[in-house]
Design a protein around this ligand. Sequence first.
Ligand code: RIB
Length: 294
Amino acid sequence: MKIINFGSINIDHVYSVEHFVKPGETLRSKGYQVFSGGKGANQSFALARAGATVLHAGKIGEDGSWLKEGLSKSGVDTRLIETVRESTGHALIQVNAQGENAIIIHAGANESFTDSDIENVLEHAEAKDWLLLQNEINAIDSILYSCRTRGLQVVFNPAPMSEEVKSYPLEYVDIFIINEVEGEALTGEDDPEKIVLKMQALYPKSKTVLTLGKAGLIYKDHERTVSMKALEVAVVDTTGAGDTFVGYFLAGLMQEKSLEVSLQTGITASAICVGRHGAADSIPTRKEVEEFRL
Ligand code: RIB
């Protein structure tokens, strides 16, 4: 069983700043580094490091070959990452003294998926495979329509949230992984308990994981609700923490670990991630997750 991840691949330009730049301000950065990133790629790294079989479908420009090599070295199947004429997607990331981030993304090659690409990728899908999507590529709605008859487990992490998401055929999603911002946009509720209840009412066949940062998470399906606390750790850089959770949580489910163990493993992996700089580079290995003690 494998997971096919239709996902973004970005070059992350990361600036360490005392505070996020204000309107009209020119701010001197305290440090600058270039990392491998993109929500899609980060989630593929996390899945592979967690031991899942992951096939990444993505688009890069000529400037992004090192990103594909990095994914491949981490065990991701990269045969469906295509090099196109557009430049690789990139992100400008400010990380402040508290380790919080503010991100601008430019989609570049990430928005060059065509209908024939989608069919080509889905030809690699077999019964019982999973399909993972974030919201950093184009054609999400077409992908959802195309996989509805194939019996795949569809997981959607609608990040970063946009107005179009509400028009997607979300009834084909089996598992939503959302944060409070995405939850509020989808449900109109701002209280976490109400968000998961409304998600259940709107999408009764789906499961929802609502991540709450330092407050942990709530999982809800039609039978049960599970709440879990986050781990209290020193924060260096939160970039990629959500992606790390997604990868480790899904790998746990695919490996038929219990829901609770899968959620807890995701929480532990993201706690390690926030203690390190960068996105893909900060995602721990399975060994590091297993050996982690507070
Ligand atoms: O989730 C973190 C990611 O968001 C970064 O790697 C950046 O590329 C943006 O896509």
